[in-house]
Design a protein around this ligand. Sequence first.
Ligand code: EPU
Length: 418
Amino acid sequence: MDKLVIEGGRELKGEVRIAGAKNAALPLMAAAILAPGQTTLHNVPDLVDVGTMAEVLEGLGISVDRRNDAMALDATTITSDTAPYELVKTMRASFYALGALVGRLGRAKVSLPGGCAWGPRPVDIHLKGLEALGVKTQLDRGYILADARKMRGCRFVLDFPSVGASVNLLLAAVAAKGETVLENVAREPEVTNLARMLIAMGAPIEGAGTTAFHIEGGHSLNAVDFHVIPDRIEAGTYLAAVGRAGGDVTLVGANPDHLSIILDRSVEAGLKIAVRNDRIRVQSSGKLHPVDIQTEVFPGFATDMQAQWIAMMTGAEGSCLVEDTIYPDRFTHVPELIRLGANIAMRDNIAQVTGPVKLVGAPVMSTDLRASASLVIAALAAKGRTEISRIYHLDRGYERLEEKFAVLGAKIWREEDE
Ligand code: EPU
């Protein structure tokens, strides 16, 4: 297993290219299951999670060919209806195979994902929605067996605008004969990206980017060429690093429309932000103000940026409250940030961060993807050497993170952990 070593205390300067979004690429890859023929995705990030989804697809008989940031997926024939436990347990998004297989084959056998490091993360809304579409589902030795022979359009209101449930239900509904209305769906840009790809494939869908989808299901779908949107969380992570460590960095290839609230809160916190097309220039002013945030569904402040915001706020002059309403237990980074010198008090799902503190490097442990990103940010600002172990979490969601930070002037490298 590798560890990251960071010698902090240097300002970040230069340009960094933002990769395609992990959480957009995964549903688009699943959508390829629906169309016989060759789908080509562009701007696909080079990440462990993308590799895991490729393995899921290969297990179904789809050939996957990767060249640079393009990925060709040939789904002419599907030879299996199963997404196995070994893959689903390592990546929950493998569960998207359920909606897509139901859509393509009318049946599926997909392992039920378990909990995760920061909570139970149920899939009840996915299953309720499929039942509403007439799909019979049963649990058999840890697997969901789905039978979609009687699938047809329906009206369904999601209990909560879950990203994953919106994806799975869209993937199934485009194959359900008749009209489906899905209400209270997620408006996250990654879900909208999927809806747009399905429209390009020939599925009549109205309401992409709104809280309701009107879908005319049952049309045959064509394989298409399609682009993955830029990763708003990767962009936000580099922004928070500049906020905490200081410097002047331009994020290139980002979509500012997907980052509105993060940019607004960052300006409130004292960062200078200049947007020109797909370039976002982030300059620190040397002073950070405390800014409260509460995570919400899009267009609110993303839970996937909560940990990085806490890391940035350790440098602010005063106290702020950071509340996670989406995942109340997603705070495993807090004890590790405290090891680096952060002053954070937890009350239920609210972190009170008090600064400014002088962070000092120490050995810390990565617990999940975004928690690890927050440790990197803190380590870049800390005096001395930080070693972050278990960085496989980072490789799941950040493309060449240490190379990109090194280009910006950080002293950061990867070593083998004994
Ligand atoms: N929920 C339910 N029942 C369900 C589904 C969700 O109660 O059937 C609840 C969850 O427990 C949670 C809330 O709804 O409290 C939101 O969960 P959602 O389903 O929206 O999350 P997800 O689809 O499992 C995706 C991202 C996560 C991101 C969340 C929230 C992917 C592959 N994952 O997860 O990304 O945190 O949306 O925006 O898109 C990450 O990239 O680090 C990551 C964890």
